[in-house]
Each structure stands twice: as C-alpha cells, then as structure tokens.
Design a protein around this ligand. Structure first.
Ligand code: APR
Length: 234
C-alpha cells in the first residue's frame, strides 16, 4: 500500500465548530495566547489557564467530527494512512482514524506539573486548582505550550520522510517547528494543501486547493481512491 501522511491544523476542526487561532484578531476565544498557552501564564495564573482548557475540553465533548475527518477514515481502506495533527482535540480518533500523532498534546489528557511522565485521562472535563497527580503536584493540561519543546517532533519527521503523498489541511503553517515538517517530505512525493487561504510555501511544487476541509477533503480523497483503483486494475 502507498503511504499517505496527512498533516492537519486548526482548520481541520473549524467545520466541526472549533475556532481556529489566527482567524480572530490574534485572540483565541477572547484571550491573548500568551495569557493562556505559555509556561509563564501557568506560573502567573494557573486558575485562568485551567479554566481556559476546561472550556476547550467541554466544547470538545460537545462537537462532532466533520465529513473531512470521516473521509480520512475511508482512505485507510486503500492507503497506509498516518495523521500528524497540531490539533489537541480528539476528532480524528472519534471519527475512527487508526494512526494519529498529536504534535501539540491532547486536551483529553492531563499530567503532573513536576513529572511529564505522569499522564492521566480524566473521565470529566473540569480540572480544578488542588487536583493533584500521584506525586502531589497540580495537574496541568497535557498540551505543548508556546515556548515548550515539541517531544513528538522527531517521530513526526520520521513519518513524514516515508510519505508517497502528503496532504496538508487547515494550517497557516506559521508555528514552528511544526511548519518545517514539509521540508522533510521526499523530493519525489506529491504534496497537496487544502486551506481557504492557502499560501503555497516556497521551495517546492505543491498542489493548492483553496477550500474547506469538510468540502474539499472528501472530493480529493474520492479522486485519490479512484486513481489508486484504476492503477490496481490496469
Ligand atoms: N477548512 C480548512 N482550513 C480552514 C478552515 C476550514 N473550514 N477554516 C479556516 N481554515 C484555515 C485558515 O485559513 C488558516 O490557514 O485554517 C488555518 C488555521 O490556522 P491557525 O489558526 O494558525 O492554526 P494552526 O496552523 O493549526 O496553528 C498551529 O498554533 O496556536 C498554536 O498550538 C496551536 O496547534 C496550534 C498551532
């Protein structure tokens, strides 16, 4: 089976009703990113940070995967599909995708402030000040904040290098190191970018599809499956 690596950003979940980060005046759900998504914010005001992620977690349980998420599941019948997502929601998993790597952490998980290996999956959305890990330290969101290391990045590079086709969906390609992944795609691989405001990164040939994930991803995937079947039976 040929390998398709799908790299998704906030636009992938926009059609499910989760707001993107940079489409709203630099504010994220009415907060400056520095006030809620940095290690400094956590030290300054952990209550605000917990409340912010509690609201995101609650919303995640209220929304549903969209047609784009489901199309990626269908693709698995014909290709070896690996998803690398910058999103912290669980919509790819809930749609049924089998291989999902979260570059920026997961909303559904929390961890010890002291020991990054003590990770938990609570069955409720609300984490309060005073909720502690087994080492006695405050639980924090299992999220890679701005200014923190991206522990899964090396794994993401390894996966990206194996792609025959790379599909990039709904990302402004502004946040590093994630945005630099594209530089690791093999020179002879096909790269396709779906985004209503797609600006092709320079330096390689990229097929641009200006449109939304829920509309354009199913169309593209139908085309890829049809072509693959033609090859198989040619
Ligand atoms: N379908 C596809 N793309 C869309 C849609 C849609 N319905 N709606 C918006 N978009 C596109 C926008 O045009 C934009 O290019 O999604 C992109 C969203 O960009 P960002 O908000 O910058 O999100 P992303 O690239 O995922 O941000 C990366 O930044 O805040 C951090 O850690 C956070 O993972 C996040 C990272």
């Amino acid at each position: 089976m040929r390998k398709i690596v799908v790299f998704t950003g906030a636009g992938m979940s926009a059609d499910s009703g989760i707001k993107t980060f940079r489409d709203t005046d630099g504010l994220w759900e009415n907060h400056a990113v520095e006030d809620v998504a940095t290690p400094e914010a956590w030290v300054r005001n952990p209550g605000l940070v917990l409340d912010f992620y509690n609201a995101r977690r609650k919303q995640m349980h209220e929304v549903e995967p969209n047609k784009g998420h489901y199309a990626l599941v269908e693709l698995e019948k014909y290709f070896d599909v690996q998803i690398i997502t910058q999103n912290v929601d669980n919509l790819h998993e809930r749609a049924g995708s089998s291989h999902v790597l979260h570059l920026h952490g997961e909303l559904g998980k929390v961890r010890s402030t002291r020991d990054p290996n003590l990770i938990y999956t609570p069955d409720h959305w609300e984490i309060k000040l005073g909720d502690v890990a087994e080492d006695g330290s405050q639980l924090r969101p299992h999220i890679v904040w701005f200014g923190e290391q991206v522990p899964m990045f090396e794994t993401a590079i390894d996966i990206t290098q194996t792609a025959d086709i790379m599909i990039i969906v709904g990302t402004s390609l502004l946040v590093y190191p994630a945005a630099s992944l594209i530089g690791y795609v093999a020179p002879d691989a096909t790269v396709i970018l779906i985004d209503p405001k797609a600006e092709p990164p320079s330096g390689r040939n990229i097929e641009i599809i200006r449109g939304t994930a829920a509309v354009e991803l199913p169309v593209l995937i139908h085309k890829l499956i049809t072509n693959e079947n033609k090859k198989k039976y040619a």
